[in-house]
Design a protein around this ligand. Structure first.
Ligand SMILES: [Zn+2]
Length: 283
């Protein structure tokens, strides 16, 4: 039986049809202008599926399937009854989950963290998301918000973050933070410049790696995990951050041991695959 997973992003929405653990089909479309239009898109994709899982970039109430605080996709999502509305349109059960938890579950069951029990997850994109798995289960929290590593303070008094705080990991290791440190372009262009030897670009990624090392090192000390999976669009430049990242982790080695830094294995569809795993009727 097929389960549909949908990963609603700020700009693009990805979907994956999962049969057992096999990805049968997937795709990417621009995110529609609001929640109602997104539900109609989801319903149009939900032909001959037994259930649906939908991942949202924000806080959700998993019990009621309601969006609580979802600021980035277009339209007014807060309070929108996602599961009720999509069930009404499709007639099949619907589960709603946070997108970082979906990413983590996909990588834990089918990707880079397969077989591991205690793992941190960091998703480097426009924002920096995160999740925690302990004893083989991804932890959730009351608003499905447990594990938001992007908003650990790595530099008190540092750049202002969208969350209201200053000096969060996200302000250094998210795409816009890297671009700001360099001065212009996109994160991918800054990575190209760094690989071509541009000193400012190299520095921007060193700073991102340092910030990531501080946050991952502290989180590993707090949680006692031995591995971290790093994914998201900006993680393609993980090689440019490694030196500074490992220097921070090495400083904490007596406390955290050798934290294994694993690149995510499932690529851009991880969130949609994870949403489908949460959409399974048993899960
Ligand atoms: Zn923040």
């Amino acid at each position: 039986m097929t389960v549909l997973g949908i990963d609603v992003g700020g700009t693009y929405t990805k979907w994956a049809a999962l049969e057992g653990d096999t990805l049968r089909d997937s795709g990417t479309v621009p995110t529609p202008p609001g929640p109602e239009e997104t539900m109609r898109l989801a319903a149009s994709l939900a032909q001959r599926v037994e259930s649906i899982g939908i991942g949202l970039p924000g806080h959700v109430d998993r019990d009621t399937g309601t969006a609580l605080f979802v600021p980035n996709p277009p339209g007014d999502w807060d309070g929108y009854p996602v599961a009720d509305r999509l069930r009404e349109l499709t007639g099949v059960p619907v589960s709603v989950v946070n997108d970082a938890r979906a990413f983590a579950r996909a990588e834990l069951e089918l990707g880079a963290a397969r077989g591991l029990a205690d793992v941190l997850f960091a998703v480097l994109g426009t924002g920096v998301g995160g999740a925690v798995a302990l004893r083989g289960a991804v932890l959730t929290g009351p608003r499905d918000n447990l594990g938001e590593i992007g908003h650990l303070t790595v530099c008190p008094g540092g750049p202002v973050c969208g969350c209201g705080n200053e000096g969060c990991l996200e302000t250094f290791a998210g795409g816009p933070g890297i671009v700001r440190a360099f001065g212009s372009g996109t994160a991918a262009q800054v990575a190209d410049a760094a690989r071509a030897g541009d000193g400012r670009a190299v520095k921007a990624f060193e700073r991102a790696g340092w910030a990531l090392g501080v946050a991952l090192g502290d989180a590993a000390a707090l949680l006692g995990v031995g591995s971290v999976v790093v994914g998201g669009g900006v993680s393609g430049a993980l090689d440019l951050m490694r030196f500074a990242l490992y220097a921070e982790l090495a400083r904490r080695r007596p406390l955290i041991g050798d934290l294994a830094v694993l690149p995510a294995a499932l690529g851009p569809m991880a969130g949609a695959v994870g949403a489908a795993l949460y959409g399974r009727r048993s899960g």
